[in-house]
Design a protein. Structure first.
Length: 571
RNA sequence: GGUGGGGUAGCUCAGCUGGUUAGAGCGCAGGACUCAUAAUCCUGAGGUCGGGGGUUCAAGUCCCCCUCCCACUACCA
C-alpha cells in the first residue's frame, strides 16, 4: 500500500478541450488513478481549471462576458465534460480560488525573502485603444526581415524569425486592430531561475523513472541556461501582487501574477479545497513534515508542459526552503495528431470532448486513446483506427466473449454457474496463460506504460476466446454435460475477471459486466492471488444474467459521416 | 538556425544497456468451428529496419554524413 498523489496538467479555461488534451494528461491520469485504487493504494487525484492570463480575458471579451462569469461558465462546462468521460477526480478545482491566491502570494514573498525574486523594469507595448498592455503575440505588424504584414510580436509566421514587438514596423493591436500603440516602461517581478540551475540539475539527474521525453527537455533547458522569468503581467484578471501586510504592493496596481507561476500552485490550492470540502488533510499530501514524505507524487502532462513542471514549479517549491512535496514521477505525452497536423481550437480542427461524447460512448474513446496513446512519439488519429479499435478490441474480442458465454449459460444451464467436469489441457493452458499475463498487466500499469497495458488487457481477453475454442463446451454438451460445465464455469469466471481488469480504462462497460455477472463490489479489486482460484471464484449455483449488448459496432456510414462533419482526411 | 522526438511488414506501432531464422494488433489469403455482435480459433503470405559510410567476431540497436516528417524555441497556455 502506498499513498499516491496524482495531478494532471491543468486544462486552460478558454474552451472545451479536444481529444489531444484529454489523451495527453487527464485521461491517462484517470486510468492510472483507477488502477492504483484497484490495487489498494490510497490515491488522491487532483485537477483544476487554469483560469488566468490574457487568453481568458480575450475569450471572455469575445463571448461578451465578464471574465469571472465566463470562467464560472467554462469551469462548469469542463467539469461536466470530464464527468461524461468518467474522469475520477477526487477534486476538480479552480486556479482562481482564494486558496491558490493565498499560496501564490505566500510563495512569492518567501522566494523574494530568499533572494530568488527581484523587481526589474522592462518595455512592453501598450494599446491606448484597448486600455491594456499587450503580450508579445497580441502585437502584430510588418516584419522587419521579410516585410510580411501580419507578423506577430514574438515570431514572424512568414519567415519564421523570432522578433521583439518593438522592432515591428507599424505595429498594431491584434485585439482591436488599433494602431494607437506605444512602448512603455513597466516594472515586474522576476523569478531568478538561473540561481537554481545547479540544484535543479542535481535533482533532475537524481530522478529516476522519468520518460526520456521529460528528462531530455529539462536537461536541454538547463544546458541552454535558465533565463530569469518575469512572473507578473499587466493585467486585471489574476492574482494580485501583495506585500507582507496583504495590501497591493507599491507600483503593482493593475498587475497580477503570470498564470504559469500560479497554475501549478493550484495543485496545492485545489488539494486544500478538497480537504475543506471533504474533511481531508491536505498537509499529509503536500508537507513533508506533516506526513507527505511517504507520498509518491505523479504528474501527467503533454510535452509542452514539461519545462514548467521540471524547472519552474520546482524552483518555486525548492526555492521556498519550506518542506513542500516535490514531484517524484512525471509522465509526459506527445501529441495526438489530426490527419497530419495539430488539433487546433482556433481553426476548429479535430474533435472536442463535448462533440466526441455526442457521437460515441466515453468508453470507446477511452479505450482508443489509451490503446493508441502518444507515448513514444506523436500518434495519428484517424477515424478508421478509431473504428477498428472499437470494433475489433471492444466489440469482437471482449463484447462478443461476454455475450457468447453468458447467453450459452443462460440457454443451457438456466443462467446458473454449473458444477462438475475435470480440468484438462485447455484448463492447464489457460492457467499458464493468465499466470504469465496478469503480473505483466500489473507491471505495465505500475510503470504507466499505457499502450502496453492495453495490449496486455486485450491479449487476456483474447485468451478467453481461445480457451473457449479449446474447451468447446457446446461440443461436449452433446455427450457429457459435466465436461461442458467446466468450460462454462471457467468462461463465466473469465467474464468476471475481464470486467475486473477492464475497470481502469472502460469503467462503464466493466461495471455492466460485473453487475450482470453478479460480482459484489468488494470482490472487484485487483487482488488476484492464485489463478486457479480466480477461475472458480463465482459460487456454484450463483445466478448470472446476459448483459445487454455492451458495444455496438461503428459502421462505415458513421465513419463517412464523421469524416465529412469534422473535416478529417484533409491534407 | 538551435534543441528534442521520429522515419521498422499495406496501416498503427513494440523492439532496454549491440548477439540465435526482426515482433504485435489491424488489414489480406486459406482452413476450422457454429455457443456468440457474419463474431471466434488456427495457419500463412508480407520487411535489404529512410539512404550512404564506419566501428565490431556480431548493428534495427553504437559513431559520422545525407535526407524526410513532427514538436519545442521561454511573458501562448
Amino acid at each position: 500500500m502506498s499513498r499516491i498523489l496524482i495531478t494532471s496538467a491543468l486544462p486552460y479555461i478558454n474552451g472545451v478541450k479536444h481529444l489531444g488534451n484529454l489523451a495527453g494528461s487527464m485521461l491517462p491520469a484517470d486510468v492510472y488513478a483507477r488502477a492504483m485504487r484497484l490495487m489498494g493504494h490510497e490515491v488522491l487525484y487532483i485537477c483544476a481549471t487554469d483560469e488566468h492570463g490574457t487568453p481568458a480575458e480575450l475569450a471572455a471579451q469575445a463571448a461578451n462576458m465578464e471574465v469571472a462569469a465566463y470562467c464560472d461558465k467554462m469551469h462548469e462546462a469542463q467539469k461536466q465534460a470530464g464527468a461524461q468521460f468518467g474522469l475520477s477526480y477526487d477534486y476538480f478545482g479552480r486556479s482562481s480560488a482564494p486558496s491558490t491566491a493565498r499560496l501564490t502570494q505566500h510563495f512569492a514573498q518567501v522566494l523574494e525573502k530568499n533572494g530568488l525574486i527581484e523587481e526589474r523594469v522592462s518595455k512592453q507595448v501598450y494599446s491606448n485603444a484597448d486600455g491594456r498592455y499587450l503580450p508579445d503575440r497580441y502585437v502584430e505588424g510588418t516584419c522587419p526581415n521579410c516585410g510580411f504584414e501580419k507578423a506577430r510580436g514574438d515570431q514572424c509566421d512568414s519567415c519564421g524569425k523570432l522578433l521583439d514587438p518593438v522592432d515591428l514596423i507599424d505595429p498594431y493591436s491584434a485585439v482591436s486592430g488599433s494602431h494607437d500603440v506605444e512602448v512603455r516602461d513597466t516594472n515586474h517581478l522576476y523569478l531568478l531561475q538561473s540561481k537554481m540551475s545547479d540544484r535543479l540539475r542535481e535533482w533532475v539527474n537524481a530522478s529516476t523513472g522519468w520518460p526520456p521525453l521529460a528528462s531530455s527537455i529539462a536537461l536541454k533547458w538547463l544546458d541552454e541556461g535558465l533565463r530569469d522569468r518575469s512572473i507578473t503581467r499587466d493585467l486585471d484578471w489574476g492574482i494580485p501582487v501583495t506585500d507582507l501586510d496583504g495590501n497591493v504592493r507599491d507600483g503593482f496596481e493593475g498587475k497580477v501574477f503570470y498564470v504559469w507561476f500560479d497554475a501549478p500552485i493550484a495543485y496545492i490550492g485545489a488539494t486544500q479545497d478538497w480537504a475543506t470540502e471533504n474533511d481531508g488533510d491536505w498537509e499529509s499530501w503536500w508537507r513533508t513534515d506533516k506526513g507527505a514524505d511517504d507520498v509518491d507524487y505523479v504528474q501527467f502532462m503533454g510535452k509542452d508542459n514539461v519545462a514548467f513542471h521540471t524547472l519552474s514549479f520546482p524552483t518555486t517549491i525548492m526555492g521556498s526552503e519550506e518542506p513542500w512535496k516535490l514531484v517524484d514521477q512525471l509522465k509526459a505525452f506527445n501529441w495526438v495528431t489530426w490527419y497530419g497536423g495539430k488539433f487546433s481550437t482556433s481553426q476548429g480542427r479535430g474533435v472536442f470532448m463535448d462533440q466526441a461524447i455526442e457521437i460515441a460512448p466515453s468508453d470507446y474513446w477511452r479505450w482508443y486513446l489509451m490503446a493508441n496513446a502518444p507515448e513514444g512519439s506523436d500518434a495519428a488519429f484517424t477515424w478508421e483506427d478509431f473504428q477498428s479499435s472499437v470494433n475489433s478490441d471492444l466489440a469482437n474480442v471482449l463484447g462478443n466473449f461476454v455475450n457468447r458465454i453468458t447467453k450459452y449459460c443462460v440457454g443451457k444451464f438456466d443462467g446458473v454457474v454449473p458444477s462438475g467436469g475435470e480440468a484438462g489441457e485447455a484448463e492447464e493452458w489457460l492457467v499458464n496463460e493468465l499466470s504469465d499475463r496478469l503480473p505483466k498487466l500489473i507491471k505495465f500499469y505500475e510503470a504507466r506504460d499505457f499502450r502496453k497495458a492495453m495490449a496486455e488487457t486485450r491479449a487476456i481477453w483474447a485468451a478467453g476466446n481461445e480457451y473457449l475454442t479449446q474447451a468447446a463446451p457446446w461440443t461436449h454438451y452433446k455427450t457429457d454435460v459435466d465436461q461442458a460445465a467446466i468450460g462454462v464455469r471457467h468462461g463465466l469466471n473469465l467474464v468476471a475477471l475481464f470486467g475486473i481488469i477492464a475497470q481502469p480504462v472502460i469503467p462503464d462497460a466493466a461495471g455492466k459486466i460485473l453487475d450482470a455477472i453478479g460480482v459484489p463490489e468488494d470482490r472487484r479489486s485487483w487482488n488476484f492471488g492464485e489463478v486457479k482460484d480466480l477461475l472458480d471464484a463465482l459460487p456454484i449455483g450463483h445466478t448470472v444474467a446476459a448483459p445487454e449488448l455492451l458495444f455496438s459496432k461503428i459502421e462505415e456510414e458513421s465513419v463517412a459521416e464523421w469524416t465529412e462533419r469534422f473535416g478529417g482526411g484533409e491534407a
